[in-house]
Design a protein. Structure first.
Length: 151
């Protein structure tokens, strides 16, 4: 007992766009590689040549630009990750070296302090340090092959 009659509504059938075949895709790719922007005249000509609606050509171009951008960003991201790994490895190596040098400095200060009460021992003998070092390397402090290095 419905007094009102409702018009029968039909659901609109979605028109499924066909996928482009390989030849159509090759033509689109070659045109895209030549110019990745699509002007209306070029879009109409391509659509006519391919036998597809102009909107489908425009959407393909838009999607292709988006895919290219994403691929570029992914490549940049990979390169940055590699660079980050190198920097982190280098940072770790430098931190280890700083720690090793700090320990070496602490040992040297401890050895210097234990040599004498004033902190300067016989390890550093002032003006004669270079002469003593060279003499120990050469094997004596006198003339060498007729040349006196210390005189």
């Amino acid at each position: 007992m419905d007094q009102f009659t409702y018009p029968t509504t039909r659901k609109k059938q979605k028109t499924h766009k066909k996928r482009m075949n390989e030849e159509q895709l090759r033509l689109l790719e070659s045109n895209f590689n030549f110019n990745n922007k699509l002007d209306p005249e070029h879009k109409s000509r391509l659509a006519l040549e391919l036998g597809v609606p102009p909107r489908q050509v425009a959407v393909w171009y838009q999607n292709k630009r988006a895919r290219d951008k994403i691929h570029g960003l992914e490549a940049d991201h990979r390169a940055m990750r590699v660079q980050l790994e190198r920097v982190l490895t280098d940072n770790s190596r430098l931190r280890d070296e700083v720690e090793r040098l700090r320990e070496e400095l602490t040992r040297a200060r401890g050895a210097a302090a234990s040599c004498s009460g004033d902190g300067v021992g016989s390890l550093v003998s002032g003006d004669n340090m270079e002469r003593d070092l060279y003499a120990s390397l050469v094997g004596g402090g006198g003339p060498f092959d007729g040349y006196d290095f210390f005189g």
